[in-house]
Design a protein around this ligand. Sequence first.
Ligand SMILES: [Fe+2]
Length: 204
Amino acid sequence: MMRRGIGTYRLNRTESRIFRLARPYLQVRDNELHAQNAVEFALKLLTFYDAERAVVIPAMILHDVGWSRVSEEITRKASRPHGDRQLARVHEAEGVKIGRKILEEVGYDEIRTAEILAIIDGHDTRDETLSINDRIVKDSDKLTRFAKNFWFWTGQLPMEPEELAGTLEGMIDQWFFLPESKEMARVEIARRRLEMDNRDVAPK
Ligand SMILES: [Fe+2]
C-alpha cells in the first residue's frame, strides 16, 4: 500500500519512534491518516501558543490507538455524529493502556507521560479542558473531520457530502476552543465544497 505520508521530517526522532510504535494500532477506521493529519494541525496550532510540543504531539499520535481494541460494531455506533459517549469511553481507556506501554518503551519523561495519558483519557468524553496542550489536541482531533478524513466519513455515514459539510459547519462554534481552529475549519470546509464542485463536473 502506498504510504500517505505526513511530512515525517516534521517529526523529531522520538516523535517518529512513537508514531512507528503506534502505527499497528492505527489500522482501523481511517486512523493512521487521521493521526497524521491531526499532528499536522497540532504543529500549526503550536506556532500560535505557548504550549508544550513534547506533550501535544505524542498525545496527538496516540490519542486514538484504543480503537484497535474495540469491536467493529461498537466503533461504528460510537463514530456516528451524535454517537454514544459511553461507547467512546472504551477507546479512551484502552488508549491510555496502549499509550502508557509505548511511552514506557521509548523511555519517555514520567511527568509528561502522566499529562499525555490524562489528555488521551478524556479526549472525546471530557468537555472541559485541562490546559492549552489539551485544547490543541482536542481541536486538532476535530479539525481532521473537516480535512483529510472528510471523504472517508462521507463514505461511512448515510449522508451526502454537502449535508456532512453543513453539519460540520454548524458545529464549528460549539466544538473548537481556539479562534485559529475555527478559522482553519472554515477554510477546510470551503476546500471540501470546491472538491465537491469538481467532482460534479468530472467525467464519470
Ligand atoms: Fe481522534
